[in-house]
Design a protein around this ligand. Structure first.
Ligand code: ADP
Ligand code: MG
Length: 393
């Protein structure tokens, strides 16, 4: 606990220090915006199902102040780079990292909000590209900071949507809404059950006393990821089409049942049926998993994480040997409550719920076995559930 607070404090201090040494004149506004994990509900978002994310105690800290001219001065502390431009000519920077900020500025301008010049310094401790959505955290930090700074009066959902649009339209990544949503709406000791169809959400209590969220990073990203992702989306759509011939009211796999799959999809295309089965099962598994949490039955919840992994690995076939290996290693560890691969698949991290006092021993045991079997090192990130985007100190 103490460690976490001290670390967060020093991160924010680092950003503030850089701000003051770069822009001596003003006292900045500080915003903190976290990364996220997704406990259960994988590949359900584009099928209009549910997801169960939570914000974590790894975040972007951003210090901003207004300028009297129309200039943008943006400093990345972690990359030790500066971007300079004008608020009136927002176009891709050619440097990549400023685009997450510029994209949000462009969205705000598109909504008719005139913004002025800006001094901005930011940095964080969300590992980049490890599946904890540092990009969404950066966008949400920007939206939140500019909303405060220029008194725009935007609500959180509007900021979430424009952050997602910034990533889609300006950065060019076709992400769903979960990442920005979780970063903005996160709540300490809760997971969020988000309905990806209606965007309704409920907070579900998640008492993690004595438990930590441990991410084991395989350190691989197989090139199959994006082509297979597109294939899975097509297979899901193909399943829906087959059902629609008999049940026109079914608009997505969200509305489908296993009986419908057995009657109308299985006889036509066994592989499409297998993919769709995973999705329909995962959506109902998530519902049952939130019931487990409501009842405080974390053990049952953990078992469902393992079931999700098995579905993703065997039915949806988006895992890889490294992810399967890491989940298999912890399957029979009494200190591990649940584990599964997290994210789109073919690499990235596994998410594990682990008893706090056993983490060191577990990592010491698995790291050398992983190195020996996979000929590469795994990385370890330890987190806990925190509040969403907020003003910092
Ligand atoms: P993820 O969102 O899974 O972490 P992405 O590839 O979507 O991975 O986003 C990572 C990108 O976001 C980085 O390459 C960088 O451009 C930007 N970014 C995120 N965090 C920071 C940071 N602390 N400093 C600079 N750029 C960052
Ligand atoms: Mg991202």
């Amino acid at each position: 606990m103490t460690l976490t607070t001290e670390k967060a404090f020093s991160l924010s201090d680092r950003v503030k220090e850089k701000f003051h040494s770069t822009f001596a004149d003003s006292k900045p506004l500080i915003v903190r915006s976290p990364g996220r994990v997704n406990l259960i509900g994988e590949h359900t978002d584009y099928n209009h199902g549910f997801v169960l994310p939570a914000a974590i105690n790894k975040a972007i800290y951003m210090a901003v102040s207004r300028r009297s001219d129309d200039q943008l001065h943006i400093v990345s502390v972690d990359l030790d780079r500066t971007y300079k431009g004008s608020i009136h000519t927002i176009e891709p920077s050619g440097m990549h990292w400023p685009d997450y900020i510029l994209g949000v500025i462009q969205q705000l301008q598109g909504l008719g909000h005139p913004l002025g010049g800006l001094n901005c310094v930011f940095g964080g401790d969300i590992p980049l590209g490890a599946g904890m959505s540092s990009s969404a955290a950066l966008e949400c930090a920007t939206a939140f900071a500019l909303n405060e700074l220029f008194g725009l009066g935007l609500d959180q959902m509007t900021m979430v949507k424009l952050s997602q649009k910034a990533e889609n339209a300006f950065v060019g990544v076709q992400c769903g809404i979960m990442d920005q949503f979780a970063s903005m709406f996160g709540k300490k000791n809760h997971v969020i059950r988000l309905d990806c169809q209606s965007l309704d959400y409920t907070y579900v209590p998640f008492n993690t006393e004595g438990i930590r969220i441990v991410l084991l990073d395989t350190n691989v990203k197989h090139s199959l990821a994006s082509s297979e992702y597109n294939t899975r989306r097509q297979q899901c759509e193909a399943g829906v089409k087959l059902i629609q011939a008999h049940h026109p009211e079914v608009k997505s796999l969200r509305d489908a049942t296993l009986d419908m799959l057995a009657s109308y999809v299985a006889p036509v295309d066994a592989l499409v049926n297998q993919r769709c089965e995973y999705v329909v099962e995962e959506i109902s598994r998530l519902m049952a998993a939130t019931d487990d949490l409501e009842k405080g039955d974390i053990a049952a919840f953990g078992q469902k994480m393992f079931a999700t992994h098995d579905g993703l690995s065997r039915k949806y076939e988006v895992s890889c040997p490294e992810l399967d290996f890491l989940v298999d290693q912890v399957r029979n560890e009494p200190s591990v409550i649940g584990a599964r691969m997290m994210g789109g698949g073919f690499g990235g991290c596994t998410i594990n719920l682990v008893r706090e006092d056993a983490i060191d021993t577990l990592v010491e045991k698995i790291a050398p076995i992983y190195r020996k079997a996979m000929k590469k090192d795994m990385k370890v990130y330890i987190g806990q559930i925190e509040n969403g985007t907020s003003l910092g100190e």
